[in-house]
Design a protein around this ligand. Structure first.
Ligand code: F6R
Length: 359
């Protein structure tokens, strides 16, 4: 059932274009995004959105908060479910509470939606499992359509979450008529291109396979990025950590000088997410500072960057979300290749479970 792949994780990474195609089916019109599960009238009175989740799903939530503010112009905040439920949160009674969960059974996320419901908020679940506990609690659901995910490390469910959030943001932006015609058209064009972007390129996979042997020892990994590429940095670090058991952290590139740079040395591998579309020059100057401290630099970028020890060349796109999905495949494969070289079972990492039903 692994269909020739070494691990379910690998199969699921390669499956992503098909998953994204399923998500877009029936939703991507000539002129607009359609989401039959929602109505514009349901969304229109909503004045803010809170996104709540755990782990990888939390990284999707964070990505979604950038998209919702940009495309729908609704105030968006993000919460880690295990923190949220105990801190006596003050919620906007006219707000929408969105929970994101692959399994639909994560205990903290389930309790969070119950709490929001009890306070009278509208609720929406983004979930991969129909009839799960979280779906049963939610007023509305957008099913993720990712198919069963077997690898404990979430890959295709994450890309499904992010794409669904992008659709939600655009749909909401349409309902509120906040996007210029030109901006809206640009989003639709990018959505049409996303399937191709997630197709694994053999050249890239091969390069990551070869590079991975250089990174098996060291003090650890920094993943850095800005804007949408900050949640992606967090996700790259999480993926690597959970299956390789090496230390990794994700940081906003601009935050370097406030603390993480203290760790920089040649044994620290910095994976810089250098998106052409998004504050490239700013990220570059953050990376230059790390390089001056002798950090070993691995740049994921379209550009030539002479300071990098290794460059993982990606294809150029003028839309940030296309760069996001292109880089997502790279960080997923990088984590997998490093973990396989270390001899780990990437489908069943130690100490982790696919569904976390206790808090
Ligand atoms: C990481 C991973 C976990 C889950 C987290 C939430 O690859 O799988 O961090 O993302 O336990 O699970 P769900 O999405 O099922 O609520």
């Amino acid at each position: 059932r692994k269909e020739g792949y070494r691990y379910f994780m690998e199969k699921e990474i390669y499956e992503q274009p098909r998953v994204l195609a399923d998500i877009l089916t029936g939703r991507l019109g000539e002129q607009a995004v359609r989401l039959d599960e929602l109505e514009a009238d349901w969304l229109r009175p909503i004045s803010s959105v809170t996104l709540c989740a755990c782990g990888t799903s939390y990284h999707a939530a964070l990505t979604g908060s950038y998209l919702l503010e940009r495309l729908a112009r609704v105030p968006a905040r993000v919460e880690i479910a295990s923190e949220f439920r105990y801190r006596e949160p003050v919620l906007d009674p006219n707000g929408l509470f969105v929970v994101i969960s692959q399994s639909g059974e994560t205990a903290d996320t389930l309790e969070a939606i119950k709490l929001a419901k009890a306070q009278g908020l509208a609720t929406l679940a983004l979930c991969n499992v129909d009839n799960s506990s979280i779906v049963r609690e939610a007023e509305r659901t957008l099913l993720l359509r990712a198919g069963i995910e077997k690898g404990v490390a979430s890959t295709k469910a994450f890309s499904a979450q992010v794409l669904t959030l992008w659709l939600l943001a655009l749909y909401w932006g349409q309902a509120r008529a906040v996007l210029s015609g030109e901006r809206h058209a640009r989003e639709l064009t990018a959505l049409r291109a996303v399937l191709n972007v997630m197709q694994v390129q053999p050249r890239v996979h091969e390069r990551l396979h070869r590079l991975s042997k250089r990174y098996l020892h060291g003090h650890g990994f920094f993943f850095i990025g800005r804007d949408l590429f900050y949640p992606l940095a967090l996700e790259g670090a999480l993926k690597l950590k959970e299956i390789s058991y090496l230390h990794a952290e994700g940081d906003p590139a601009g935050e370097m000088k406030h603390d993480p740079i203290a760790l920089a040395d040649a044994e620290l591998f910095t994976i810089a997410l250098m998106a052409r579309s998004t504050f490239y020059e700013k990220v570059k100057s953050n990376v230059e500072e790390l390089s001056a401290r002798d950090a070993t630099l691995i740049a994921i970028t379209t550009e030539d960057f002479e300071l990098a020890d290794d460059i993982i060349q990606i294809r150029p796109y003028d839309h940030p979300m296309l760069e996001f999905f292109e880089m997502l495949v790279v960080v997923q494969l990088l984590a997998m290749e490093i973990a396989i070289r270390l001899g780990n079972d990437v489908d069943m990492p130690r100490n982790l479970a696919k569904s976390v039903t206790v808090e």
